[in-house]
Design a protein around this ligand. Structure first.
Ligand code: MD3
Ligand code: FE
Length: 216
């Protein structure tokens, strides 16, 4: 029963600065969610979601794919951005204009006027999937922000400071939420708690997070 409330878009949450440079825009892309989800279908047919292997040899519980000129990948050799999907040997699917428009609108809200992401990483969480505390450091451009859009069931997001041991704060990311991570927050440690089972009316029992990255 709680699920029915969980998946309801809570549009009364306020825009808030989570940390210096980190702006949360609740429900900012809610009215475009169905279009975003429709755009994902052909992308994920061409470049299917897959569980990448970390450099340490662990299989990630989050399934990933990409669209755009560059895609983020991980294997025994390390983390990197590359032009070709290692599964197909082909270029990643193009980034839909809608995705770029939304990412730039979100960045603009936080004062970034020239956000030009080359990569869009698509993360799929099923119940139990998690992402351990980490920093995003694989982008050559260290001044551009990262924009994140969440869809489907709620996630408990954790973010800390610039060292792994800094205290962490929690935030529920809901369907349609946007967050921009720039300035001093760009290198904050962050992660996602194991996804609690629930059901969303558009996406079923999953969460999709898409992040936009200006690699160079
Ligand atoms: C804070 N993804 O793909 S999105 C990732 O929900 C990643 O799938 C999470 O962390 C997810 O690397 C979190 C929000 C996010 C994205 C990038 C950040 C928060 C961030 C970069 C710096 C600080
Ligand atoms: Fe991250």
């Amino acid at each position: 029963m709680a699920d029915l409330f969980d998946q309801m878009a809570d549009t009364n949450r306020d825009k808030q600065e989570l940390a210096r440079g980190a702006l949360c825009l609740p429900a900012f892309v809610l009215d475009r969610a169905e279009e975003v989800i429709a755009e994902l279908e052909p992308i994920l047919t061409q470049a299917p979601l897959r569980h990448l292997i970390t450099p340490g040899g662990h299989k990630m519980s989050v399934a990933m794919s990409n669209c755009g000129e560059l895609g983020w990948v991980s294997d025994r050799g390390g983390y990197r951005y590359q032009e070709l999907d290692p599964l197909s040997g082909q270029a990643w699917p193009a980034m839909p204009k809608l995705f770029l428009d939304l990412a730039q609108q979100v960045a603009q809200e936080a004062g970034y006027k020239r956000f030009q992401p080359q990569a869009c990483l698509i993360n799929q969480y099923l119940p139990g999937s998690k992402m351990s505390l980490h920093q995003d450091k694989d982008e050559n451009n260290k001044s551009a922000p990262i924009v994140s859009l969440s869809f489907g069931i709620n996630a408990e997001f954790l973010f800390g400071g610039l060292s792994r041991g800094s205290p962490t704060k929690r935030l529920t990311l809901q369907h349609g939420d946007a967050v921009v991570w720039g300035g001093p927050s760009r290198f904050c440690f962050h992660g996602v708690q194991p996804l609690k089972d629930s059901e969303h009316s558009l996406l079923g029992r999953q969460r999709i997070n898409i992040t936009f990255r200006q690699v160079y």
